[in-house]
Design a protein around this ligand. Structure first.
Ligand code: MN
Length: 193
């Protein structure tokens, strides 16, 4: 049985960039449904006592386990997304992460452009990520419930670009939501860890 991970801040903590109503629905309805469905699907199966990561790795690319993979991936991605934001986040990273971003992207601005482009250009539902690929930082995007941990990559930061993540606050203006995330919410302390 998986329990929902607690939100690391209050529902209104990310205002005015993401309003409490969005977080209440996103956390309390969407994320909750993934966790509940996963628990139902794994009850009495070989997956019942595995970690989320193990379930994701064992069900990825196995069509007969698509439902379990989708719910496990979404549960994991959302837990990573809650932590990828902070009321005091956004702007430039510092320290070692700053140096690594400058080394692998050329500059913070080039990283920002790549991340924004991935988030805006993900067609339909999905996620944009900053990942560590064998020591090199890269930006990738994934569709639906796909997740870098199924691909052997180490995620540092993510943004949810499913419409439920931003529609109440930004309607169809996904690019404005991505700007708010990058400039005011991105949790660089979490990414550095
Ligand atoms: Mn979501």
């Amino acid at each position: 049985m998986f329990k929902m991970k607690e939100l690391p801040y209050g529902a209104n903590a990310l205002e005015p960039y993401i309003n409490a109503g969005t977080i209440e629905f996103h956390y309390g309805k969407h994320y909750k449904t993934y966790v509940d469905n996963l628990n139902k699907l794994i009850a009495g199966t070989e997956f019942e006592h595995m970690s989320l990561e193990e379930i994701i790795k064992k069900t990825h690319s196995h069509p007969q386990y698509q439902g379990i993979f989708n719910n496990a991936g979404q549960a994991w991605n959302h837990e990573f997304y809650w932590q990828s934001m902070s009321p005091n986040g956004g702007g430039h990273p510092t320290g070692e992460l700053k140096s690594r971003i400058e080394k692998d992207f050329g500059s913070y601005e080039k990283f920002r452009e790549a991340f924004k482009n991935a988030a805006v250009s993900q067609f339909g539902s999905g996620w944009a990520w900053l990942v560590d690929n064998n020591g090199k930082l890269e930006v990738i995007k994934t569709s639906n419930a796909d997740t870098p941990i199924a691909l052997g990559l180490k995620p540092l930061l993510t943004i949810d670009v499913w419409e439920h993540a931003y529609y109440l606050d930004y309607q169809n203006r996904r690019a404005d939501y991505v700007d708010s995330f990058l400039d005011h919410l991105a949790n660089w302390d979490f990414a550095a860890k």
